[in-house]
Design a protein. Structure first.
Length: 437
Protein backbone atom coordinates (compact mmCIF):
# COMPACT_ATOMS: atom_id res chain seq x y z
CA UNK A 1 0.00 0.00 0.00
CA UNK A 2 1.50 3.37 -1.00
CA UNK A 3 1.98 5.92 1.78
CA UNK A 4 0.17 9.26 1.88
CA UNK A 5 3.35 11.02 0.73
CA UNK A 6 3.74 8.63 -2.21
CA UNK A 7 0.13 9.15 -3.26
CA UNK A 8 0.62 12.92 -3.05
CA UNK A 9 3.84 12.74 -5.08
CA UNK A 10 1.91 11.08 -7.89
CA UNK A 11 -0.75 13.78 -7.97
CA UNK A 12 1.51 16.83 -8.06
CA UNK A 13 3.01 16.64 -11.61
CA UNK A 14 -0.33 16.41 -13.49
CA UNK A 15 -1.87 19.30 -11.57
CA UNK A 16 1.25 21.41 -12.09
CA UNK A 17 0.94 20.79 -15.83
CA UNK A 18 -2.80 21.46 -15.85
CA UNK A 19 -2.33 24.82 -14.11
CA UNK A 20 0.48 25.77 -16.49
CA UNK A 21 -1.84 25.03 -19.40
CA UNK A 22 -4.71 26.99 -17.85
CA UNK A 23 -2.42 29.97 -17.36
CA UNK A 24 -1.02 29.66 -20.88
CA UNK A 25 -4.39 29.51 -22.60
CA UNK A 26 -6.64 31.49 -20.26
CA UNK A 27 -4.38 33.62 -18.09
CA UNK A 28 -6.16 36.85 -19.09
CA UNK A 29 -9.64 35.48 -18.40
CA UNK A 30 -11.28 37.59 -15.67
CA UNK A 31 -12.84 35.74 -12.74
CA UNK A 32 -13.64 38.78 -10.56
CA UNK A 33 -14.35 42.50 -10.70
CA UNK A 34 -13.46 44.64 -7.70
CA UNK A 35 -15.69 47.42 -6.40
CA UNK A 36 -14.75 50.30 -4.15
CA UNK A 37 -16.96 48.79 -1.44
CA UNK A 38 -14.98 45.55 -1.61
CA UNK A 39 -11.66 47.39 -1.42
CA UNK A 40 -12.78 49.22 1.72
CA UNK A 41 -14.78 46.27 3.04
CA UNK A 42 -12.05 43.74 3.73
CA UNK A 43 -11.85 42.36 0.15
CA UNK A 44 -14.98 40.33 0.89
CA UNK A 45 -16.13 38.21 -2.02
CA UNK A 46 -13.19 39.00 -4.30
CA UNK A 47 -12.12 35.85 -6.14
CA UNK A 48 -8.35 36.16 -6.12
CA UNK A 49 -7.03 33.00 -4.40
CA UNK A 50 -6.89 29.32 -5.30
CA UNK A 51 -7.33 26.80 -2.48
CA UNK A 52 -7.64 23.17 -3.50
CA UNK A 53 -8.74 21.59 -0.22
CA UNK A 54 -12.21 23.04 0.33
CA UNK A 55 -14.78 25.51 -0.96
CA UNK A 56 -17.64 27.26 0.78
CA UNK A 57 -20.99 27.34 -0.95
CA UNK A 58 -23.45 29.95 0.39
CA UNK A 59 -26.29 27.42 0.37
CA UNK A 60 -24.63 24.03 0.85
CA UNK A 61 -21.93 25.04 3.29
CA UNK A 62 -18.38 23.74 3.28
CA UNK A 63 -17.34 21.04 0.84
CA UNK A 64 -14.12 19.20 1.55
CA UNK A 65 -12.66 18.30 -1.87
CA UNK A 66 -16.19 18.42 -3.26
CA UNK A 67 -17.81 16.32 -0.52
CA UNK A 68 -20.39 17.68 1.93
CA UNK A 69 -20.19 17.19 5.68
CA UNK A 70 -23.16 14.75 5.77
CA UNK A 71 -21.56 12.68 2.99
CA UNK A 72 -18.21 12.44 4.76
CA UNK A 73 -19.75 11.61 8.12
CA UNK A 74 -21.09 8.54 6.36
CA UNK A 75 -18.14 7.55 4.19
CA UNK A 76 -14.92 8.36 6.08
CA UNK A 77 -13.51 5.58 8.27
CA UNK A 78 -14.31 5.67 11.96
CA UNK A 79 -12.75 4.47 15.19
CA UNK A 80 -13.67 0.96 16.27
CA UNK A 81 -17.16 1.17 17.72
CA UNK A 82 -17.40 4.89 16.87
CA UNK A 83 -19.76 6.82 14.62
CA UNK A 84 -17.84 10.02 13.86
CA UNK A 85 -15.20 10.29 11.10
CA UNK A 86 -11.55 10.07 12.04
CA UNK A 87 -9.68 13.33 11.28
CA UNK A 88 -6.84 11.27 9.83
CA UNK A 89 -9.20 10.26 7.02
CA UNK A 90 -10.15 13.85 6.35
CA UNK A 91 -6.47 14.81 6.16
CA UNK A 92 -5.87 12.08 3.57
CA UNK A 93 -8.81 13.44 1.58
CA UNK A 94 -7.63 17.05 1.84
CA UNK A 95 -4.12 16.14 0.72
CA UNK A 96 -5.03 13.78 -2.13
CA UNK A 97 -8.64 14.41 -3.09
CA UNK A 98 -9.34 10.69 -2.56
CA UNK A 99 -11.59 9.04 0.03
CA UNK A 100 -9.25 6.78 2.02
CA UNK A 101 -9.86 3.23 3.15
CA UNK A 102 -9.44 1.82 6.64
CA UNK A 103 -5.81 0.77 6.08
CA UNK A 104 -4.83 4.17 4.73
CA UNK A 105 -6.37 5.95 7.70
CA UNK A 106 -4.69 3.61 10.19
CA UNK A 107 -1.37 4.30 8.45
CA UNK A 108 -1.81 8.05 9.05
CA UNK A 109 -2.62 7.40 12.71
CA UNK A 110 0.51 5.24 13.06
CA UNK A 111 2.64 7.86 11.31
CA UNK A 112 1.43 10.74 13.46
CA UNK A 113 1.75 8.79 16.68
CA UNK A 114 5.32 7.83 15.73
CA UNK A 115 6.25 11.52 15.31
CA UNK A 116 4.94 12.78 18.65
CA UNK A 117 7.06 14.13 21.47
CA UNK A 118 7.46 17.65 22.83
CA UNK A 119 11.13 18.61 23.29
CA UNK A 120 12.19 19.87 26.70
CA UNK A 121 13.01 23.28 25.24
CA UNK A 122 9.36 23.69 24.26
CA UNK A 123 7.98 22.82 27.69
CA UNK A 124 10.59 25.08 29.32
CA UNK A 125 9.44 28.01 27.20
CA UNK A 126 5.81 27.32 28.12
CA UNK A 127 6.60 26.96 31.80
CA UNK A 128 8.33 30.36 31.72
CA UNK A 129 4.97 31.97 30.89
CA UNK A 130 2.45 32.78 33.62
CA UNK A 131 -0.09 29.97 33.96
CA UNK A 132 -2.83 32.58 33.55
CA UNK A 133 -1.50 33.70 30.15
CA UNK A 134 -4.21 33.26 27.54
CA UNK A 135 -4.10 29.71 26.15
CA UNK A 136 -3.83 31.04 22.59
CA UNK A 137 -0.77 33.05 23.56
CA UNK A 138 0.75 29.88 24.96
CA UNK A 139 -0.27 27.93 21.86
CA UNK A 140 1.39 30.38 19.48
CA UNK A 141 4.53 30.52 21.62
CA UNK A 142 4.60 26.72 21.81
CA UNK A 143 4.44 26.36 18.04
CA UNK A 144 7.30 28.83 17.67
CA UNK A 145 9.30 26.88 20.24
CA UNK A 146 8.90 23.79 18.03
CA UNK A 147 10.16 25.64 14.95
CA UNK A 148 13.78 24.61 15.51
CA UNK A 149 12.70 21.17 14.30
CA UNK A 150 11.68 22.48 10.88
CA UNK A 151 12.91 20.22 8.09
CA UNK A 152 11.73 22.81 5.55
CA UNK A 153 13.91 25.55 7.05
CA UNK A 154 16.95 23.27 7.24
CA UNK A 155 16.60 22.01 3.68
CA UNK A 156 16.06 25.51 2.32
CA UNK A 157 19.30 26.65 3.97
CA UNK A 158 21.10 23.67 2.46
CA UNK A 159 19.79 24.63 -0.97
CA UNK A 160 17.10 22.60 -2.75
CA UNK A 161 15.07 23.10 -5.90
CA UNK A 162 11.80 24.93 -5.35
CA UNK A 163 9.99 22.05 -7.00
CA UNK A 164 11.13 19.81 -4.14
CA UNK A 165 10.11 22.12 -1.30
CA UNK A 166 6.69 20.49 -1.01
CA UNK A 167 8.31 17.34 0.41
CA UNK A 168 9.72 19.26 3.36
CA UNK A 169 6.54 21.29 3.84
CA UNK A 170 4.74 17.94 3.98
CA UNK A 171 7.17 16.62 6.62
CA UNK A 172 6.81 19.76 8.73
CA UNK A 173 3.03 19.62 8.37
CA UNK A 174 2.86 16.06 9.64
CA UNK A 175 5.36 16.67 12.45
CA UNK A 176 3.40 19.70 13.57
CA UNK A 177 -0.04 18.04 13.34
CA UNK A 178 1.30 15.05 15.27
CA UNK A 179 2.44 17.25 18.15
CA UNK A 180 -0.36 19.79 18.37
CA UNK A 181 -2.47 17.52 20.62
CA UNK A 182 0.49 17.20 23.00
CA UNK A 183 1.03 20.95 22.95
CA UNK A 184 -2.67 21.71 23.51
CA UNK A 185 -2.94 19.18 26.33
CA UNK A 186 0.21 20.52 28.00
CA UNK A 187 -1.24 24.04 27.96
CA UNK A 188 -4.60 22.85 29.28
CA UNK A 189 -3.14 20.84 32.14
CA UNK A 190 -0.66 23.57 33.21
CA UNK A 191 -3.30 26.30 33.01
CA UNK A 192 -6.21 24.56 34.72
CA UNK A 193 -4.89 21.46 36.50
CA UNK A 194 -1.76 22.66 38.26
CA UNK A 195 0.66 21.13 35.78
CA UNK A 196 -0.58 17.58 36.37
CA UNK A 197 0.24 16.26 32.91
CA UNK A 198 -1.05 13.06 31.32
CA UNK A 199 1.24 11.14 28.95
CA UNK A 200 0.02 10.02 25.54
CA UNK A 201 -2.16 6.94 25.39
CA UNK A 202 -1.35 3.66 23.66
CA UNK A 203 -0.07 3.99 20.09
CA UNK A 204 -3.20 2.29 18.79
CA UNK A 205 -5.32 5.22 19.99
CA UNK A 206 -6.29 7.60 17.20
CA UNK A 207 -5.13 11.23 17.03
CA UNK A 208 -8.30 12.91 18.37
CA UNK A 209 -8.92 10.16 20.91
CA UNK A 210 -5.40 10.63 22.20
CA UNK A 211 -6.01 14.37 22.51
CA UNK A 212 -9.08 13.69 24.66
CA UNK A 213 -7.04 11.28 26.80
CA UNK A 214 -4.20 13.77 27.39
CA UNK A 215 -6.66 16.53 28.24
CA UNK A 216 -7.98 14.25 30.98
CA UNK A 217 -11.25 13.12 29.39
CA UNK A 218 -11.32 9.37 28.86
CA UNK A 219 -15.08 9.26 28.40
CA UNK A 220 -15.72 7.51 25.08
CA UNK A 221 -18.37 10.05 24.14
CA UNK A 222 -15.89 12.89 24.62
CA UNK A 223 -13.44 11.09 22.36
CA UNK A 224 -16.19 10.92 19.75
CA UNK A 225 -16.84 14.62 20.27
CA UNK A 226 -13.16 15.38 19.68
CA UNK A 227 -13.24 13.38 16.44
CA UNK A 228 -16.30 15.31 15.30
CA UNK A 229 -14.89 18.67 16.47
CA UNK A 230 -11.55 18.16 14.71
CA UNK A 231 -13.37 17.05 11.55
CA UNK A 232 -15.79 19.99 11.47
CA UNK A 233 -13.27 22.76 12.16
CA UNK A 234 -10.48 21.47 9.89
CA UNK A 235 -10.88 23.78 6.90
CA UNK A 236 -13.12 26.55 5.56
CA UNK A 237 -11.64 27.47 2.17
CA UNK A 238 -8.75 29.90 1.88
CA UNK A 239 -10.09 33.37 2.58
CA UNK A 240 -10.71 33.21 6.32
CA UNK A 241 -8.16 35.01 8.49
CA UNK A 242 -6.18 32.00 9.75
CA UNK A 243 -6.07 30.16 6.42
CA UNK A 244 -5.24 33.29 4.44
CA UNK A 245 -2.52 34.26 6.92
CA UNK A 246 -0.87 30.85 6.74
CA UNK A 247 -0.99 30.98 2.94
CA UNK A 248 0.40 34.54 2.92
CA UNK A 249 3.28 33.86 5.33
CA UNK A 250 4.07 30.61 3.54
CA UNK A 251 4.27 32.47 0.23
CA UNK A 252 7.40 34.17 1.57
CA UNK A 253 8.83 30.63 1.92
CA UNK A 254 8.64 30.92 5.69
CA UNK A 255 8.49 27.38 7.06
CA UNK A 256 5.17 25.82 8.13
CA UNK A 257 5.86 26.43 11.84
CA UNK A 258 6.26 30.18 11.29
CA UNK A 259 3.26 30.31 8.96
CA UNK A 260 1.01 28.30 11.28
CA UNK A 261 1.94 30.36 14.36
CA UNK A 262 1.01 33.53 12.45
CA UNK A 263 -2.32 32.01 11.46
CA UNK A 264 -3.06 31.13 15.09
CA UNK A 265 -2.54 34.75 16.10
CA UNK A 266 -5.29 35.59 13.61
CA UNK A 267 -7.50 32.78 14.85
CA UNK A 268 -7.28 34.27 18.35
CA UNK A 269 -9.24 37.36 17.25
CA UNK A 270 -12.84 37.83 18.47
CA UNK A 271 -14.08 38.12 14.87
CA UNK A 272 -12.60 34.72 14.02
CA UNK A 273 -11.84 31.75 16.27
CA UNK A 274 -12.45 33.50 19.57
CA UNK A 275 -16.15 33.70 18.71
CA UNK A 276 -16.89 30.26 20.16
CA UNK A 277 -16.04 31.36 23.67
CA UNK A 278 -17.90 34.65 23.21
CA UNK A 279 -21.09 32.65 22.62
CA UNK A 280 -20.86 31.00 26.04
CA UNK A 281 -19.95 34.26 27.75
CA UNK A 282 -23.07 35.85 26.28
CA UNK A 283 -25.31 32.92 27.28
CA UNK A 284 -23.83 32.87 30.79
CA UNK A 285 -24.48 36.60 31.20
CA UNK A 286 -28.03 36.17 29.91
CA UNK A 287 -28.77 33.41 32.43
CA UNK A 288 -27.32 35.47 35.27
CA UNK A 289 -29.27 38.60 34.36
CA UNK A 290 -32.54 36.72 33.84
CA UNK A 291 -31.90 34.64 36.97
CA UNK A 292 -32.65 31.17 35.70
CA UNK A 293 -30.72 28.26 34.16
CA UNK A 294 -33.23 27.71 31.36
CA UNK A 295 -34.95 30.98 30.43
CA UNK A 296 -38.28 30.80 28.65
CA UNK A 297 -38.67 31.53 24.97
CA UNK A 298 -40.26 34.86 25.86
CA UNK A 299 -37.42 35.81 28.21
CA UNK A 300 -34.81 34.91 25.60
CA UNK A 301 -36.66 36.86 22.93
CA UNK A 302 -36.68 39.98 25.10
CA UNK A 303 -33.00 39.56 25.98
CA UNK A 304 -32.01 39.17 22.33
CA UNK A 305 -33.88 42.35 21.40
CA UNK A 306 -32.21 44.20 24.28
CA UNK A 307 -28.81 43.00 23.05
CA UNK A 308 -29.47 44.22 19.52
CA UNK A 309 -31.06 47.51 20.61
CA UNK A 310 -27.93 48.28 22.65
CA UNK A 311 -25.82 48.09 19.49
CA UNK A 312 -24.31 44.69 20.24
CA UNK A 313 -24.51 41.46 18.24
CA UNK A 314 -25.76 38.02 19.23
CA UNK A 315 -22.58 35.93 18.97
CA UNK A 316 -22.74 32.74 16.95
CA UNK A 317 -25.32 33.93 14.45
CA UNK A 318 -24.58 35.09 10.93
CA UNK A 319 -21.72 34.28 8.57
CA UNK A 320 -19.79 36.25 5.95
CA UNK A 321 -20.56 33.72 3.20
CA UNK A 322 -23.24 31.24 4.30
CA UNK A 323 -26.88 31.97 3.59
CA UNK A 324 -28.36 29.03 5.51
CA UNK A 325 -27.78 27.23 8.80
CA UNK A 326 -24.15 26.10 8.94
CA UNK A 327 -23.99 22.33 8.29
CA UNK A 328 -21.30 22.20 10.98
CA UNK A 329 -23.89 23.55 13.44
CA UNK A 330 -26.37 20.89 12.36
CA UNK A 331 -23.81 18.11 12.81
CA UNK A 332 -23.18 19.29 16.37
CA UNK A 333 -26.92 19.57 16.99
CA UNK A 334 -27.39 15.96 15.86
CA UNK A 335 -24.64 14.91 18.28
CA UNK A 336 -26.35 16.79 21.11
CA UNK A 337 -29.80 15.37 20.34
CA UNK A 338 -28.30 11.91 20.59
CA UNK A 339 -26.04 12.29 23.62
CA UNK A 340 -27.35 15.20 25.72
CA UNK A 341 -30.95 16.03 24.76
CA UNK A 342 -31.94 17.08 28.30
CA UNK A 343 -28.89 19.23 29.09
CA UNK A 344 -30.04 22.68 30.29
CA UNK A 345 -27.43 24.54 28.22
CA UNK A 346 -28.41 22.62 25.10
CA UNK A 347 -32.04 23.60 25.74
CA UNK A 348 -30.99 27.27 25.78
CA UNK A 349 -28.98 26.80 22.56
CA UNK A 350 -32.01 25.12 20.95
CA UNK A 351 -34.31 27.96 21.98
CA UNK A 352 -31.86 30.48 20.54
CA UNK A 353 -31.96 28.51 17.28
CA UNK A 354 -35.74 28.88 17.27
CA UNK A 355 -35.77 32.56 18.26
CA UNK A 356 -32.76 34.46 16.94
CA UNK A 357 -33.07 33.94 13.16
CA UNK A 358 -36.64 35.29 13.18
CA UNK A 359 -35.59 38.33 15.21
CA UNK A 360 -32.61 39.06 12.94
CA UNK A 361 -34.85 38.77 9.89
CA UNK A 362 -37.31 41.19 11.48
CA UNK A 363 -34.48 43.58 12.33
CA UNK A 364 -33.42 43.42 8.69
CA UNK A 365 -29.69 43.96 9.09
CA UNK A 366 -28.28 40.42 8.83
CA UNK A 367 -27.93 38.85 5.38
CA UNK A 368 -27.62 35.47 7.08
CA UNK A 369 -29.59 35.19 10.34
CA UNK A 370 -28.78 31.52 10.90
CA UNK A 371 -26.40 30.03 13.48
CA UNK A 372 -22.84 29.13 12.58
CA UNK A 373 -20.51 26.52 14.04
CA UNK A 374 -19.54 28.73 17.01
CA UNK A 375 -23.12 28.84 18.29
CA UNK A 376 -22.98 25.20 19.36
CA UNK A 377 -19.47 23.90 20.04
CA UNK A 378 -19.10 25.39 23.51
CA UNK A 379 -22.33 23.78 24.65
CA UNK A 380 -20.96 20.31 23.86
CA UNK A 381 -17.58 20.92 25.49
CA UNK A 382 -19.20 22.30 28.63
CA UNK A 383 -21.49 19.29 28.98
CA UNK A 384 -18.52 16.93 29.28
CA UNK A 385 -16.79 19.12 31.85
CA UNK A 386 -14.53 21.39 29.79
CA UNK A 387 -15.79 24.70 31.13
CA UNK A 388 -12.64 26.75 30.54
CA UNK A 389 -13.92 28.98 27.73
CA UNK A 390 -10.56 30.57 26.99
CA UNK A 391 -9.19 27.20 25.92
CA UNK A 392 -11.77 26.50 23.22
CA UNK A 393 -9.91 28.39 20.49
CA UNK A 394 -6.85 26.21 21.07
CA UNK A 395 -8.95 23.19 20.09
CA UNK A 396 -10.08 25.13 17.03
CA UNK A 397 -6.40 25.76 16.19
CA UNK A 398 -5.45 22.09 16.51
CA UNK A 399 -8.21 21.20 14.08
CA UNK A 400 -7.52 24.02 11.63
CA UNK A 401 -3.99 22.67 11.15
CA UNK A 402 -5.42 19.81 9.07
CA UNK A 403 -6.75 21.99 6.28
CA UNK A 404 -4.29 24.86 6.35
CA UNK A 405 -1.18 22.68 6.39
CA UNK A 406 -2.57 20.44 3.65
CA UNK A 407 -3.11 23.63 1.63
CA UNK A 408 0.36 24.92 2.45
CA UNK A 409 1.87 21.68 1.18
CA UNK A 410 0.02 22.16 -2.10
CA UNK A 411 1.11 25.83 -2.26
CA UNK A 412 4.71 24.63 -2.34
CA UNK A 413 3.94 21.73 -4.66
CA UNK A 414 2.42 24.11 -7.21
CA UNK A 415 5.13 26.71 -6.72
CA UNK A 416 2.68 29.49 -5.91
CA UNK A 417 4.53 32.82 -5.81
CA UNK A 418 4.97 35.45 -3.15
CA UNK A 419 1.57 37.02 -2.51
CA UNK A 420 1.74 40.75 -3.03
CA UNK A 421 -1.55 42.50 -3.91
CA UNK A 422 -1.50 46.12 -5.07
CA UNK A 423 -2.92 48.71 -2.70
CA UNK A 424 -4.27 52.13 -3.61
CA UNK A 425 -5.03 55.32 -1.69
CA UNK A 426 -8.35 57.07 -1.13
CA UNK A 427 -7.04 59.93 -3.28
CA UNK A 428 -6.44 57.49 -6.14
CA UNK A 429 -9.98 56.14 -5.77
CA UNK A 430 -11.41 59.67 -5.83
CA UNK A 431 -9.44 60.45 -8.96
CA UNK A 432 -10.77 57.35 -10.70
CA UNK A 433 -14.34 58.28 -9.83
CA UNK A 434 -13.76 61.80 -11.13
CA UNK A 435 -12.21 60.62 -14.40
CA UNK A 436 -15.05 58.15 -14.98
CA UNK A 437 -17.61 60.94 -14.57
Amino acid sequence: MPSLKEVLAGKIPPLREEIREINRQHGDFKISDVTIAQAYGGMRGIKCMVTETSALDPNEGIRFRGHTIPELRGTLPKAEGGEEPLPEGLFWLLVTGDIPGEDEVRSVTADWRSREGLPEECTRVLDALPAEAHPMTQFSVGVMALQRRSTFARKYREGVAKTDLWQYAFEDANDLIANLPLLAAYIYRRSYHGGSHIPPGPKTLDWAGNLAHMLGFDNEEFKELMRLYMFLHADHEGGNVSAHTIHLIGSALSDPYLAFAAGMNGLAGPLHGLANQEVLRWITTMREEIGTEVPTKEQITEYVWNTLDSGRVVPGFGHAVLRKTDPRYMAQREFALKHLPDDPLFKVVSTLYAVVPRILQEQGKAKNPWPNVDAHSGCLLTYYGMKEYDFYTVLFGVSRALGTLASLTWDRALGLPLERPKSVTTEWIKSQIASAG
